[in-house]
Design a protein around this ligand. Sequence first.
Ligand SMILES: Cc1cc2nc3c(=O)[nH]c(=O)nc-3n(C[C@H](O)[C@H](O)[C@H](O)COP(=O)(O)O)c2cc1C
Ligand code: SF4
Length: 391
Amino acid sequence: MSPLPTFSTMAPEAGLKQAMALSRPDIIETMKQSGLKGRGGAGFPTGMKWNFAAAAQAEEKFVICNADEGEPGTFKDRVILQDHADLVFEGMTIAGKAIGAKEGIVFLRGEYTYLRSQLEAVLDRRRKQKLLGKAILGSDLEFDIRIFMGAGAYICGEETALIEALEGFRGEPRNRPPFPVNTGFLGRPSIVNNVETLASAACILQKGVDWWKATGTEHSTGIKIFSVSGDCGKPGVYEFPMGITVAQLLKEVAGEGAKAVQVGGASGLCIPASQFQRAIAFEDIPTGGSIIVFGQQRDMLDVLHNFLDFFVDESCGQCTPCRLGNRKLLEGVELLKEGKCSMAYLQELCALGDTMQIASKCGLGQSSPSAFLSVVKNFREELMGRTYSHV
Ligand SMILES: Cc1cc2nc3c(=O)[nH]c(=O)nc-3n(C[C@H](O)[C@H](O)[C@H](O)COP(=O)(O)O)c2cc1C
Ligand code: SF4
């Protein structure tokens, strides 16, 4: 049984049939009106992204589904692909019609290779049902989807690195602009959307804008799928309304009494108990859906050590702030653990984190200091007790 009630209640292909009856601008207008924001983490408005790609002049365009899911603590896209692949492919087909693309590509995380045969079977069935290929549902719409296997690098989830990898190059982020909506895969206009975003788009086409906007907040509409792990009684994949507070979420997952919650994975924010009334929404605490609960027994320096170790490993090394900055932050955490970091040096590390957020080339280096900075800010007393002057 799928843990995702909204996706489970969708009628097969009702969103696609609805989209077939609409013009391309009307599909895009529906997406804009829904207020749907990208579920991959950055929260970019989906209707606006589709509009940019639709407006771009080119003979060939692409719809890319980002199923690289590598953020620590995130596993909801795996469940969506496992239980609701049809909805994701339906969303991709709707996006194909909206922007004028004939080809869709799923960039599937290398570690999810075991899902491939199941997904290929769904694609084959959809071709037989005339839901993919030429003359979809008897119309003049042509669209098909293929699967491309990632090779296990976190950075390939970044949309321009993903496109480089699709083209057969090392997965390294590109300079932006130009953006993929204008110059994407093979230099053609391309939209890159998260698995959940595409499934949500199919739901919106089926049930309508008002239904979607009845859930969530003014600036973060609809439902959101969360991956919950860590020190709680009921870890797993959940559907909650956007705008749920951290405290409400903890109650649902039997995580009351937590010391802190990491919202948004290793690159997200570490929220202390004093802020559990804050809302998980783009206007307050943004997230791609990763929630990691830390119990009272957790040492926040162990948490940071773990995250920074990951970023040192996963940095592609192209730009200095990220390549060296993450190493310096990791060394700083090690010094703190050994009681050899002075307060002045801790402040320098915070300034380094600020610089990384501004000067790094892509989202990895721009967000990797977030956990460090939020732990220093929110657990100041705990850390001060570990600095050199206190030993
Ligand atoms: C290092 C890094 C890893 C990322 N990994 C993913 C990922 O696994 N899945 C995803 O959808 N977006 C990921 N993103 C965000 C994508 O670059 C992009 O914003 C997203 O796929 C856009 O889809 P959306 O608008 O539907 O959210 C990552 C970004 C960065 C910087
Ligand atoms: S920020 Fe990090 S991952 Fe991104 S381009 Fe620079 S070195 Fe590579």
